[in-house]
Design a binder for this molecule. Structure first.
Ligand code: ACO
Length: 436
């Protein structure tokens, strides 16, 4: 990756009306998307910082991986639309694309799948690690702990300056996350761990490790396996969101990739981010019945009430979330195939219809996001709600590790160090304890 190019013709002039001084700030252009104002010299030349809580107007890096146009509802990975990728590719092909920049040919695909399959087992000693957790631990808590612990098991791939070690760590993370996630589930329900099987696809293997028991193999439905694979593709990467930015920030200090991905998992856990799909199902349970929908819609609109309609709205998409459109179709396929009849799923469909016609949601462009439908599908497949965010983390690991690799090879990369607008006390005289 090269230094971003200055757009020679464009500058933005910042005028300080108090001092009368002005500074021309260069404008940088990407291949598509809004231009950015390069403020790297702002502090040195003016003494000012910028103030942007939540980074809503700040580009933190240059990237070639994922592009989102939130107003148009567009999501592309390396130039390919999410609709094409979910229609024509497997998650393994998308993982290869995110990591390597191009879709694999058949030989490259076979080789990549072999490599990932080869790394799916975890160190046997890791099994003991699990036994240290409480049985009722949230699987996300287990995931954060075990992924963080990987650096102690695979120390031979933690030298971030060695491209071969970086790639081995990337493959290990993509390969082992399904095994680790399934083990977190098995531990929480008190069942024995199920080893991976090399004859299954990535999605099939995950379903097998989660739902098989030693006494009986789980019968994998092709529709369910395809829906699972699609969920993985749809969650694989999403540009510089909170968890990805967390991975980059952690990695900017030179931390090893296993530690960085553990930090991404922690960030994803929050209900405003990856925890939303779990929150959707909890919310549906709280609403309880179709007759209660109007009351909860009023709560969601009431600014004095912290309740928000989970699974609606998005920081970037102010239009339909393109991932939600694909998943809505998958949800219908899975529910029909499994013949699932569940009052909560009926409630979800009703809520979606009512909210989409409600002026409050229409005016604010609050559409169902990817989490609204993924929760519905995952429940139908049989995952407990506590596993929803775990599945999101599993799929997003590919995006995180691709972004982490990109950051390491970016010549403009520096340790991340945001500044602040300090509003606390100035220096004051120390008061001894007997005088406070
Ligand atoms: N329910 C009710 N009102 C909402 C909701 C919601 N889910 N989302 C946004 N609003 C309202 C806000 O109160 C605000 O109203 P106002 O203009 O009258 O003040 C307006 O819509 C704009 O919302 P913002 O808060 O500015 O939107 P922001 O971009 O900051 O938030 C977020 C995005 C956090 C996703 C928000 O929509 C939300 O909390 N949604 C529910 C949680 C959720 O589903 N998260 C998953 C996100 S997708 C993902 O992580 C994969």
């Amino acid at each position: 990756m090269a230094e971003p190019k200055e757009n020679n013709k464009k500058y933005v002039t910042l005028v300080d009306h108090q001092s009368g001084k002005s500074i021309d700030l260069p404008v940088l252009s990407g291949s598509i998307g809004p231009d950015v104002i390069d403020i790297r010299k702002l502090y040195a030349e003016t003494g000012y910082f910028t103030y942007d809580p939540g980074f809503t107007s700040t580009g933190s890096c240059q990237s070639e991986i994922t592009y989102i146009d939130g107003d148009a509802g567009i999501l592309t990975h390396r130039g390919y639309s999410i609709e094409d990728l979910t229609e024509h590719c497997t998650y393994m092909e998308v993982a290869y694309l995110l990591l390597n920049g191009e879709l694999p040919n058949q030989a490259e695909k076979d080789d990549f799948e072999r490599t990932i399959t080869y790394h799916t087992m975890v160190h046997e000693q890791l099994l003991n690690f699990y036994r240290g957790f409480r049985r009722d631990a949230h699987p996300m808590a287990i995931l954060v702990g075990v992924v963080g612990a990987l650096s102690s098991f695979y120390h031979d791939s933690t030298d971030i300056n060695d491209p071969t070690q970086r790639m081995i760590a990337s493959h290990r993370l993509i390969a082992k996350l399904p095994t680790i996630a399934a083990m977190a589930y098995k531990y929480s329900v008190g069942q024995p761990f199920i080893y991976p099987r090399n004859d299954l696809t990535y999605a099939e293997d995950f379903l097998h490790m989660t739902f098989s028991v030693p006494a009986e193999d789980y019968q994998i439905s092709p529709t369910v396996a395809r829906a699972m694979d699609r969920i993985f593709i749809l969650h694989a990467d999403h540009e510089q969101n909170a968890s990805t930015s967390t991975v980059r920030l952690a990695g900017s200090s030179g931390a090893n990739p296993f530690a960085c991905i553990a930090s991404g998992i922690s960030s994803l856990w929050g209900p405003a981010h990856g925890g939303a799909n779990e929150a959707v199902l909890n919310m549906l349970a709280e609403i309880g019945h179709k007759k209660n929908i109007p009351e909860f819609l009023e709560k969601a609109k009431d600014k004095n009430d912290p309740f928000r309609l989970m699974g609606f709205g998005h920081r970037v998409y102010k239009n339909h979330d393109p991932r939600a459109k694909v998943l809505k179709k998958s949800a219908d396929d899975v529910l029909n195939e499994l013949g699932v009849s569940d009052p909560l799923l009926d409630l979800a469909r009703e809520l979606e219809q009512i909210a989409l016609k409600d002026d409050y949601f229409v005016e604010r462009k609050l559409f169902p996001n990817v989490d609204f439908y993924s929760g519905v599908i995952l429940k139908a497949i049989g995952f407990p709600t506590s596993m929803f965010t775990v599945l999101f983390a599993l799929a997003r690991t590919t995006g995180w590790i691709a972004q982490w690799n990109e950051m390491i090879t970016d010549p403009t990369q520096k340790i991340g160090r945001p500044r602040q607008l300090f509003t606390g006390h100035g220096e004051r005289a120390f008061v001894p304890i007997d005088k406070r």
